[in-house]
Design a protein around this ligand. Structure first.
Ligand code: NAP
Ligand code: GFB
Length: 316
């Protein structure tokens, strides 16, 4: 059985760190060598640097996580930058996979790229059927083009290229910088500081928007499965079910309680972004009916504990 070499671009981030933990413990296989890259290994926006990385590692499989990623406010502040960086990374990685005859490449979309006006829950066939929300217009189209690339390289060259579509992800090793973080790391970081200063947790926006949140280690297990077993170019949603949707207010209260803040939440006027982007995980359930998701309360507790223990060294 020849050795598989799995190159994980964006392997140093929130999702990559979870995959590294899972694949080096419970999911370890002797015939697989997993390599986790960060931007220090080369700027994937640069074609020559991308080619050099592929020549160095000569991967048989690629799990393409690398992206310019950020929450609502980061996207609103630089739609052009999110578009350009992600278009460049995706063009370089996916075309180099074709040139280097990589056996399989799994890339990452996101439920936030789906049409803003839709009937719910949305499924994998909905992705291109309407304009994305204005707040992340650039990022959304850069991500949607991955689906176009997968389909045309498969159609013209028979490449085994596909994509997975996570809902909002949270967990240890996230990005905690308040200027670019997603909502859960933003709330945890703000709650940590509020606790220290005897203040209330300040929530941006109305708290009314609805979100589905997947714990990073659950997503890691599902991505490792997809890399090994899922072989259609059609995207597959990797999300908790529509019944697990919570409001921003609810998740804020959970974070505030976990951080031991007695005071009630305070709401600060700010953009709400999409009201909802509810997706169904029926396609995934049809293949893995027994997969167990970590309950949000448990995942949040693990993430808050991790943040409290790693405050000095984490990305903030
Ligand atoms: P993250 O924590 O921000 O990590 C991003 C990764 O990409 C890091 O390893 C980073 O390396 C790398 N990277 C960024 N720019 C790069 C460049 N120019 N060249 C090479 N590497 C670069 O992001 P994440 O949350 O793990 O996201 C991973 C994937 O999941 C992304 O494709 C994202 O679109 C997708 N996703 C995330 C969410 C979410 O809620 N977080 C939801 C849906 C989909 P350094 O850190 O070393 O710079
Ligand atoms: O995770 P988030 O920033 O992005 O969540 P989206 C934004 C929602 O949380 C808005 C509220 O309703 C915000 O008003 N919120 C409350 C906060 N407090 C905070 C806070 O401290 N920080 C942040 N960031 N939000 C993103 C897309 O949409 O979804 C990205 O813009 C990405 O492209 C991500 O794909 C998965 O869920 O609204």
């Amino acid at each position: 059985q020849s050795m598989k070499v799995v190159l994980v671009t964006g392997g140093s981030g929130l999702v990559g760190s979870a995959i590294k933990k899972v694949v080096e413990t419970e999911e370890k296989r002797e015939d697989e060598k997993w390599i986790f890259l960060g931007s220090k290994d080369g700027d994937l926006c640069d074609e020559a640097a991308t080619i050099a990385i592929f020549e160095k590692y000569n991967p048989t499989h690629v799990l393409h996580l690398a992206a310019r990623v950020g929450g609502l406010f980061a996207n609103m502040n630089d739609k052009v930058g999110f578009y350009r960086d992600n278009m460049r990374m995706n063009e370089n990685v996916i075309h180099t996979c074709y040139v280097r005859k990589v056996e399989k490449c799994v890339s990452c979309l996101s439920t936030c790229i789906f049409p803003d006006i839709a009937t719910y829950p949305m499924d994998e066939d909905t992705i291109h059927k309407g304009l994305p929300h204005t707040s992340n217009f650039g990022y959304s189209y850069a991500k949607r083009v991955i689906d176009v690339q997968n389909r045309i390289y498969n159609d013209q060259f028979g490449c085994n290229f596909t994509s997975v579509v996570p809902c909002n992800v949270y967990g240890p090793h996230d990005q905690w910088d308040l200027s670019k973080s997603h909502v859960i790391p933003g709330l945890i970081h703000k709650a940590y500081l509020a606790k220290q200063n005897g203040q209330a947790l300040k929530v941006f926006g109305s708290g009314k928007p609805l979100r589905q949140f997947i714990f990073s280690e659950d997503l890691a297990r599902l991505m490792i499965w997809a890399l090994r077993e899922y072989n259609s170019p059609e995207p597959i949603i990797l999300s908790v079910s529509e019944n697990d949707e919570v409001t921003i207010g609810e998740v804020s209260r959970m974070v505030s309680d976990l951080m031991g803040i007695e005071k009630d939440l305070e709401y600060v006027d700010a953009a709400d972004g999409q009201h909802k982007k509810t997706v169904t995980n029926a396609k995934l359930r049809g293949i893995l009916p027994n997969f167990k998701f970590t309950p949000l309360s448990e995942g949040l507790k693990q993430t808050v504990d991790w943040f409290n223990a790693n405050y000095e060294t984490c990305r903030k």
